[in-house]
Design a protein around this ligand. Structure first.
Ligand SMILES: Nc1ncnc2c1ncn2[C@@H]1O[C@H](COP(=O)(O)OP(=O)(O)O)[C@@H](O)[C@H]1O
Ligand SMILES: [Mg+2]
Length: 239
């Protein structure tokens, strides 16, 4: 028998979480032979932990430029970028690079793996830079490769792997220090449909299981439709 007793009202009294990324009126221009090229005119958006946001826009619209700023590889010309509650504009280079190493994982279209090194060695790179002890690096790299379905490919070098497999190695490398933010610049651009789906599954998993924020630049409508939200860049402005 069912009862009609009202379900208890649960009031969440926690303050709303501050977004991990807060981008406000951000611009970026480059000086080329004395001429100013305005690439990003006015970008404003937030991304929270647990969210997958796709960035779309035509080639040349500034997507990679924006991702470089989000990844603390570059700085805005004006406007504000707050990462994990910290305004990044006044930070010194050393602090930026520590924040990047500790908190941000990158995945690129062309994988950017070390050619003559094994999958295990490639996944270890950020942990070497982060001072993780060798034994721990090895076990963690193995676990990560197993988690992306490459437990049987630990000793393979990039040229012995398919594009999809190389991208899974790159993803395992990006995850090795458990970043709160994962930035992916057209991660499926060089992959077939099945591999794209697998990479997207794993990126989405990171947001759901580990509460990471994921920002993925893509041309692929199939990838974008799996994101929680799409930010469109048109002539350097977010929409
Ligand atoms: N370091 C730079 N110096 C000068 N121009 C640049 C630089 N980086 C990017 N650009 C220019 O900014 C524009 C946007 O580039 P990019 O961000 O790579 O676009 P997208 O990733 O959307 O294709 C392009 O016109 C590019 O030539
Ligand atoms: Mg680009």
């Amino acid at each position: 028998m069912t009862t009609d007793a009202p379900s208890p009202v649960v009031v969440d009294t926690r303050p709303p979480a501050t977004p991990l990324l807060q981008v406000k009126n951000l611009t970026r221009h480059f000086m080329v032979s004395g001429t100013r090229i305005d690439v990003l005119h006015d970008c404003t958006f937030d991304v929270s932990r647990g969210e997958v946001v796709a960035i779309m826009g035509q080639s040349g619209s500034g997507k990679s430029t924006l991702l470089n700023v989000l990844g603390l590889l570059d700085r805005p010309s004006s406007g504000s970028y707050v990462f994990d509650g910290m305004e990044t504009a006044p930070l010194r280079e050393g602090r930026m690079s520590r924040l990047r190493g500790d908190g941000i994982g990158f995945v690129f279209q062309q994988f950017h793996l070390l050619e003559r090194r094994s999958a295990l060695a490639n996944v270890s790179v950020p942990m070497v830079l982060g001072g993780v002890p060798a034994l721990r690096r090895r076990s963690r790299s193995r676990e990560l490769l197993e988690s992306v379905g490459l437990g049987h490919r630990l000793h393979s070098q990039p040229h012995q792997l398919s594009g999809g497999e190389q991208q899974r190695v790159a993803l395992a490398r990006a995850l090795s220090r458990e970043p709160s933010l994962i930035l992916a610049d057209e991660p499926t651009g060089a992959l077939d449909a099945a591999s794209s789906t697998m990479i997207m599954d794993q990126l989405i998993d990171q947001s759901r299981v580990r509460d990471a924020a994921v920002v993925v630049v893509t041309h692929d409508a199939k990838v974008a439709e799996r994101a929680d939200r799409v930010v469109v860049l048109v002539e350097g402005r977010t929409h």
